[in-house]
Design a binder for this molecule. Sequence first.
Ligand code: SF4
Length: 195
Amino acid sequence: MAEHTAKVTLATRIRKAAARKDYRPADVSPQRRVQRRYSMRLWSVRHARFLERLYNFFADAFLLLHPFWKAVGYARAEAPVKFVEKRVKGLLFDCRMCGQCVLSSTGMSCPMNCPKQLRNGPCGGVRANGNCEVEPDMPCVWVKAWEGSRAMAGGDAILTVQKPVDQSLRETSAWLRVTAEAAAERERERAGEPA
Ligand code: SF4
């Protein structure tokens, strides 16, 4: 009896497996579906130079708007700016809103997508095909960071040692923080004060 049940179970398993094999949704292979998940962030790395120029322009524009941010209040501007930043960077970089953006130093590849969240280069587990040891289908963010950095004018910034992540800045706007810091620095220079 037990033998019969085992045979039936095996036959059922084989039939189910065959049915799964025949099913190919929308003519897209599972491999291509996985690759598509990373396609936007890989596009950003391939266009790191263009995005670097765009970011520099954007950062200058934000700094020009410093009197406006100040009049409104940086704290009050935080919510709407963060709303936009999260969506734009989420789409382009799979941003995790760490609040201390280092994309300019990492070839436009966000290091927070590293499962180990390493901010200073890859671990020792990068696979021979350049993929992550924890997520085998995902290209290592640091392999991509190096590729992206080679296309950027300021790409050597990748050699700068990054500070550990300050968790208190999570879910805050890096755009506004960088703008406020640049404005303060500019005011110090104008006043002739040491940095
Ligand atoms: S480094 Fe931080 S702020 Fe920049 S894209 Fe990655 S998670 Fe977002």
